[in-house]
Design a protein around this ligand. Structure first.
Ligand code: PEP
Ligand code: MN
Length: 365
């Protein structure tokens, strides 16, 4: 699909984030009580946080879980904004949420993963945000569908939202993995390559699902050159009404940001940055996976051919066919700058194993 341009205002011109990296948005998963909102805000303000998050309406998997305090929580956040000079941020999932946020002076909103996956809601939110200047961050959809993610960005951008960025929080999986959500960094890297001007945040809290992995994910996202982190922090995580396992106290967050993670130089003149080795390695990993997938698919077809040969009583080897294949791939290989000997070795090895497999089929092993 052709990549359309997005018209983006650079992150450091939004009036809420400053260099150096990382730009941090921190705060509890959910606003729970006025005391919890104020105490957490105070702790975070004291350790240098400027942008304060809290969930007001919580999209929960199962009914009956804590679903957020609603607009009342915005009043508490507004107080935190007034008393501590914080910018405030929350998740919106409908036009009603947007109107409430505008009413209470929310400075930044984000779309949650479940909302990004729904173009009707994204459009409704984009329409409600028309003619406002409020920055919007778009979390990845729950499934690794890059076009769906880009489509949401396009809808918002078309509604005139130029203070636009993304939050990578990983993707749902059926199989149990260490992390709560699978990073699949290649998806974010592909988005970065297509829209290098788009500000990038990573949400290590929802990606990790527990405190243990927050450091390594934060470091990884800095190494990949991303601008920001959104991290959940609660004054007393063990009694949090949602996501208790993954929230850091303000002190723990301070340790993470100032002692544990290292920001590597993002000097635009340094060749190391220009060819960021981590980005390149991530690309190589993806290509290797694609090679394996292609080899596996080729082998499946070889087997099918083996079955046809067996059923039609045809010999495995038709040498002229293989000579033609080899000539074709060697010519193509040259176009891609690949040495002739290398192509010959690789394709003869592929052919050899194909013949072996077909042989097994024909001889009924
Ligand atoms: C959140 O940030 O609190 C949240 C619900 O995140 P996500 O949309 O990534 O699940
Ligand atoms: Mn949460």
């Amino acid at each position: 699909m052709a990549t359309r341009n997005l018209d983006i205002i650079p992150l450091y011109d939004w009036g809420m984030f400053t260099e150096p990296r990382p730009s941090v948005i921190a705060g509890p998963c959910s606003a729970e009580t006025e005391e919890q909102v104020m105490e957490t805000a105070k702790g975070l303000r004291e350790m240098g946080i400027n942008v304060y998050r809290a969930g007001i309406w919580k999209p929960r998997t199962h009914p009956g879980s804590f679903e957020g305090v609603g607009s009342e929580g915005l009043r508490w956040m507004q107080r935190a904004k007034r008393e501590y000079g914080l910018k405030i941020a929350t998740e919106v999932a409908s036009e009603k949420h947007v109107f409430e946020c505008l009413k209470f002076g929310v400075d930044l909103v984000w779309l949650g993963a479940r909302t990004t996956a729904n173009p009707f809601l994204v459009q409704e939110i984009a329409d409600a945000l028309k003619d406002t200047d409020i920055p919007v961050l778009v979390k990845n959809p729950v499934n690794p569908d890059l076009d769906l993610w880009i489509g949401a960005l396009e809808r918002l951008n078309r509604a005139g939202i130029k203070k636009l960025g993304i939050i990578h929080r990983g993707f749902s999986t059926f199989d149990k993995i260490n992390y709560r959500n699978d990073p699949q960094w290649q998806v974010a890297i592909e988005l970065r390559n297509r829209y290098p001007e788009l500000p990038f945040f990573v949400d290590p809290s929802h990606m990790a699902g527990c405190k243990d992995y927050i450091r390594e994910i934060s470091q990884r996202s800095l190494d990949l050159g991303f601008e920001g982190l959104m991290i959940e922090s609660h004054c007393n995580p063990s009694v949090a009404l949602s996501d208790a396992r993954q929230q850091l106290t303000p002190d723990e967050l301070s340790d993470l940001l100032y002692k544990q993670i290292k920001v590597k130089d993002k000097d635009s003149d340094s060749p190391e940055w220009k060819e960021n080795i981590d980005q390149l390695r991530a690309k190589i990993d993806i290509i290797d996976e694609n090679i394996l997938y292609a080899l596996g698919s080729r082998m499946k077809i070889s087997r099918q051919i083996g079955e046809i040969k067996r059923n039609s009583n045809i010999a495995i080897l038709q040498t002229n066919r293989w000579d033609k294949v080899l000539a074709k791939v060697m010519a193509k290989g040259e176009e891609y700058g690949l040495p002739e000997d290398f192509i010959k070795t690789v394709f003869n090895a592929i052919h050899e194993v194909s013949v072996e497999v077909q042989n097994e089929i024909i001889s009924g092993k």
